[in-house]
Design a protein around this ligand. Sequence first.
Ligand code: NDP
Ligand code: OXD
Length: 315
Amino acid sequence: MTARSTLLLAVPVSWAGLWTAPLAELAPDLNIVVHERDKYDPKTIDYALGFRPEPGLLGSLPNLKVVFSLGAGVDGFLADSNYPKQIPLVRFVDHQLSREMAQYCVMHTLIHHRQQRMFDGFQQERKWRQSVPPRHTEDTRVGILGIGEIGTMAAERLRDHDFKMAGWSRTRKQIAGVESFAGHDELAKFLGRSDILICLLPLTPDTRHILNAKTFAQLPKNAFVINVARGGHLKEQDLIAAIDSGHLSGATLDVFETEPLPESSPLWSHPRITVTPHVAAISDPRVMAKNAVDGIARHKAGKPLENVVDFTRGY
Ligand code: NDP
Ligand code: OXD
C-alpha cells in the first residue's frame, strides 16, 4: 500500500475487535477507525467496511472511494435511501462462505428428507419404530430460488446426493443436472415441481415477501420450505398458516424479518418449524479483512474491483 489511507469500520463497537486485529496485521499502513468508538473527521475516510451501517453514515463521508460489505447480501446498505450510489459497493464472495451455506442447505434438506425430527420424537418417548414409509431421493424435487454464487454450490451438492434439482434465477443457467427456470413467467412451473424449496435470493424490491401465501399455494402438498437468505423474503404469518392448514409439511428458518427473533415470536415454538439464529454461514474475519485489503490494493493500483454491486439490479 503506498499513501496512507483511512478505513472506517462501521460495525457495532463490541464486535469491532474481530476485524481490527486482522486488518492491522494484513495492512499495517492502513489507518483504521471504528465508528462510534473513535473520533474522526469524515473528510479523512477513504474506505468503509460494514454490514448494516446506520442510515446516512456513508453518504456523510465526502471523500469515500469504495465500500466493502462484510456480507454476501447487501440489502443492509441499500435500505439506506441516502446510500451514495456513485461509490462502488463490493460484496463479500467467498468459497468458504458458499461452502458453509451449501452445507446448511444439504443438512436441513436431509434432516427433512430422512424425517430426523420424527425419530428425535421417538427417542424422547423411547419408541423403537422401524415401520416408516421410505422416501425416494430421486423422486424428491428440490428447487432453489436464486442460483448465484451460493445457490449454485448448494444445487450441485444436493444434486450429488441424487435429489432432482432445479434453480430459479433472472437469467437462464446451464448447470449439469440442475434444471433452469428463469424469470417471473417460469416461477409457477418451478414452484409446482419443488417438494423442498430453498430461498437463496438477495433481498431486493422484486424479491421482498416472495415467500407468501400465493407462492406456498403453488408448491406441491406437503412441500417443505428452507429460508436461508433474508427474513424480508418471508411473510411469517403466511408460512404459519400454510403449515397449520396442512398444505406445507414444515420449514427451517435461519433468517427473520426482526433479528434477533423476538422471544414472543410463535416461530420459536412451532412444532414443524426449525429456527437457527442467522448462523448458516459464519465467515472468518481474517478472510473478510483480506477481501477488503485486496480490494483497497486493487483500487489504489487502478485495477477493476471484483464483485461490485449493480445498483440497478439491487444485488
Ligand atoms: P448472488 O448475487 O450470487 O445470486 C443471487 C441469485 O438470485 C442469482 O441467481 C440471481 O439471478 C437471482 N435473483 C436475483 N433477483 C432475482 C429476481 N428478481 N428473480 C429471479 N432471480 C433473481 O448471491 P449469493 O448467492 O452470493 O447470495 C444470496 C443471498 O444469500 C445473499 O443475498 C444473502 O441474502 C444470503 N446469505 C445468507 C447468509 C446466512 O448466513 N443466512 C450468508 C450469506 C448469504 P441471476 O443469476 O440471473 O442474476
Ligand atoms: C451474509 C450474511 O449476507 O451473513 O453474508 O447474512
